[in-house]
Ligand binder design. Structure first.
Ligand code: PLP
Length: 423
């Protein structure tokens, strides 16, 4: 099997396509690492960016403020799950998670409970590459080199019963393994700061799709024990799983939510951590030691906020959530054909994300299948980047039905070669 080729020299973007320096039009089937929502070089987003660049490119966000940051905060609060009212800006997904972890911990110290410093996080989690985000992420190839630097978290399993598959034969039994978490909390609640999750779709750690019951049940347990729930929607936010935010599948209202990627339509690095009044009020004090001391040079960058606002306008004006529902059902009809194939272990889908897990003998991320398939797709002018034995398709929402069919024709073609290779 051949490995992936050299990096692609991309000189232009246009809708769902990336254009190489030698003029190839390559369909971006993974939304450029899941950030692009309204297509590359969307003219409306580009105009908003240019207009803002002519007014104010940047100003520090300490002691200063500016209209795009205020307006974006207000707009986000109006479309987020109720109860999320206070917006804190940073500049990428990992920092949004760092902010949430630090806030949750300081929430308790400000309230006189500094012993609450253990986080509950899920098996297969991925929350980013900074030290706190890596600590909350599952131990893996990506974190093992830094293990001595990471803080310990309690790991919650995601029971099979709560995982969704398109194969009815894989449906679990209706037991309730979350009882084990309850019993842990009954013994150790006074040490726990918060629970952090990627709601409904655990992406980089294995593309696991949940049934909404898991989200609801976990939130119920957090409420029972008074624990803040942190929803890391860096990847799932802005329609990726169907509704605007994955928490709506519950529906549940988290205490903190982390957003980035689609927040700026994939144009510029920007992030927010949005919290409830309950969290905010623990910091609102004349005692300056209770301040949340966290600020990045590019916090609330005006250009990022302006494209964020343009992106929200497009969601409303073009009824993008309806288009995502149509993409979901179009994709489903093609994905269903893969269920039960010999080379396929599982097929699952949520919103605009279709996932095929291949049988590879348990090599997971290090399976050579991923780079081989990636290279095969590229030969066909399709950019997909399988994670080892996991192939996923997650296009920008401007993709057409014809383009979806074309993508699945390419996937079937490559699967056919794979099956022939294995025969
Ligand atoms: N959280 C989740 C759920 C992610 O999927 C990612 C990135 O893929 C991150 C956090 C980190 O985001 P960033 O790469 O912008 O730091």
């Amino acid at each position: 099997m051949k490995t992936a080729p050299d990096p692609l020299p991309i000189v232009r973007g246009e809708g769902a396509y990336l254009i190489t320096e030698d003029g190839r039009r390559i369909l971006d089937g993974i939304s450029s690492w899941w950030v692009n929502v309204h297509g590359h070089c969307n003219p409306r987003v580009g105009r908003a960016l240019a207009e803002q660049a002519g007014r104010l490119e940047h100003v520090m966000f300490a002691g200063c403020t500016h209209p795009p940051a205020v307006e974006l905060a207000e707009r986000l609060v109006s479309c987020l799950p109720p109860g999320l009212t206070r917006v804190f800006y940073s500049d990428n997904g990992s920092t949004a998670v760092e902010v949430a972890l630090k806030m949750a911990y300081q929430f308790w110290t400000n309230r006189g409970e500094p012993q609450r410093r253990t986080f509950l996080a899920l098996e297969h989690a991925y929350h980013g590459d900074t030290v706190g985000a890596m600590s909350a992420s599952h131990d893996s190839l990506f974190t093992s080199s830094y293990a001595p630097l990471l803080f310990r978290v309690e790991r919650i399993p995601v029971p099979d019963d709560y995982l969704a598959s398109m194969d009815p034969a894989r449906d679990g039994t209706a037991t309730d393994p979350l009882d084990t978490i309850e019993s842990l909390l009954e013994r150790r609640n006074s040490e726990i700061a918060a629970v952090i999750i990627e709601p409904m779709l655990q992406a980089a750690g294995g593309m696991f799709v949940w049934k909404p019951e898991f989200l609801r049940r976990l939130k119920g347990i957090c409420d029972e024990f008074g624990l803040p729930l942190i929803a890391d929607e860096v990847m799932t936010g802005f329609g990726r799983t169907g509704p605007m935010f994955a928490c709506e599948h519950g529906p549940v209202e988290p205490d903190l939510i982390c957003l980035s990627k689609g927040l700026t339509c994939g144009y510029l690095p920007l992030a927010v951590t949005v919290t409830s009044d309950r969290i905010y009020n623990a910091f609102f004090s004349d005692d300056r030691r209770k301040t949340f001391f966290h600020g990045h040079s590019f916090t609330a960058n005006p250009l990022g906020c302006a494209v964020g606002l343009a992106g929200l306008d497009i969601f409303a004006e073009d009824r993008v959530l309806e288009r995502i529902a149509a993409i979901e059902s179009k994709m489903r009809t093609r994905l269903e054909k893969f269920v039960g194939l010999d080379c396929v272990r599982d097929v699952r889908q949520i919103g605009d994300v279709g996932i095929v897990e291949f049988e590879t003998g348990g090599e997971g991320y290090l399976s050579e299948l991923g780079p081989w398939m990636g290279a095969e797709f590229l030969k066909r002018d399709l950019l997909l980047r399988p994670n080892g034995d996991l192939l996923y398709f997650m296009p920008p929402y401007v993709i057409t039905d014809e383009e979806i069919d074309w993508v699945f024709d390419q996937i079937e073609d490559v699967m056919h070669s794979l099956m022939q290779d294995r025969a």
